[in-house]
Design a protein around this ligand. Structure first.
Ligand SMILES: Nc1ncnc2c1ncn2[C@@H]1O[C@H](COP(=O)(O)OP(=O)(O)O)[C@@H](O)[C@H]1O
Ligand SMILES: Cc1ncsc1CCOP(=O)(O)O
Ligand SMILES: [Mg+2]
Length: 262
């Protein structure tokens, strides 16, 4: 049986909620995607802050509405700061989201992410190879890119969700979002989204923001995936390649409205 598609009205209602809440998102993310991530959150109506020094991260994780942990350019110091921030977010009952960039082949980040799974992430967002590797079902993709399809990773995503209690979003041509028992799918987007860096990382920041919203977290996270997919579809219609895609994509996120969200 195919997982359910989100209804347009549900996505539109969650988008409205998102803009009303303007979630303050504490981003501990990689060096490659800082500005793009901040711009994606701002375009959608959230408020990003990149706070990375350990003591400040501990303080800010308790203040922000949500925390993003992205291991794309992990170092020992950063891992230490991230761990401290997660404990602080948990103590303050703030949701944190994991993006397990390139988990699989690389031992340090793989061990780190597997340890973090015990710390009750609200959500995990990764590409298919990352989700399969995190679930112990493959050895990872090709660097930061997937070598698997999202549908192939769905059983791993469901198992990971049941194991951790997190909402797991595995993305690709179709995105699947699961709590281990219920699964939703999001279509749309474009393959051009894989030809600019940071769409996955920025989506994880949007997922983190969505975890701060009231209501059913499964639907909130799926709506976050739908915002990105829909903006991707709209942006490609007016662009010729990666260079012009980025500004068109930010404009499309900014202009998103209820109608047209499928
Ligand atoms: N072939 C595709 N067709 C349409 N959308 C895609 C495709 N591949 C990825 N996307 C979209 O690009 C975004 C980033 O996803 P993905 O490429 O899986 O993450 P990552 O950048 O972490 O590898 C998501 O919004 C996803 O839906
Ligand atoms: C290229 C690269 N190298 C380390 S992190 C990173 C960015 C990955 O971004 P995304 O997962 O969104 O493609
Ligand atoms: Mg990624």
């Amino acid at each position: 049986m195919q997982p359910d598609l989100l209804h347009r009205a549900q996505i539109a209602q969650i988008l409205q909620q998102f803009r009303k809440c303007t979630p303050l998102v504490h981003c501990m993310t990689n060096d490659v995607v800082q500005t793009f991530t901040a711009n994606v959150l701002l375009a959608l109506g959230a408020s990003p802050a990149m706070v990375i020094e350990r003591d400040e991260a501990q303080q800010f994780a308790a203040i922000a509405d949500a925390l993003l942990i992205n291991v794309g350019t992990l170092t020992r110091d950063r891992a230490d700061a991230m761990h401290t921030a997660i404990l602080s977010a948990n103590a303050a009952r703030k949701p944190w989201t994991l993006d397990p960039v390139a988990v699989g082949a690389l031992a340090f980040r793989s061990d780190f992410c597997r340890e973090l799974l015990a710390l009750q992430p609200a959500a995990i967002r990764g590409n298919a190879s990352e989700v399969m590797a995190l679930g112990g079902m493959s050895s990872g993709g090709r660097g930061v890119d997937t070598t698997d399809t999202a549908i192939a990773a769905l059983p791993a995503a469901q198992a990971l969700a049941r194991q951790t209690g997190a909402i797991v979003a595995v993305t690709g041509e179709v995105d699947y979002i699961t709590d281990g028992f219920r699964t939703l799918r999001v279509t749309g987007g474009d393959v051009l989204m894989t030809r600019v860096v940071g769409t996955g990382c920025a989506l994880s920041a949007v997922v983190a923001a969505c975890c701060a919203l009231p209501g059913d977290r499964l639907y909130n996270v799926a709506a976050g995936c739908a915002f990105m997919a829909q903006a991707g579809s709209l942006a490609v219609a007016t662009t010729r390649g990666p260079g012009s895609f980025i500004p068109a994509f930010l404009d499309a996120l900014y202009a998103l409205h209820g109608e047209g969200l499928a």
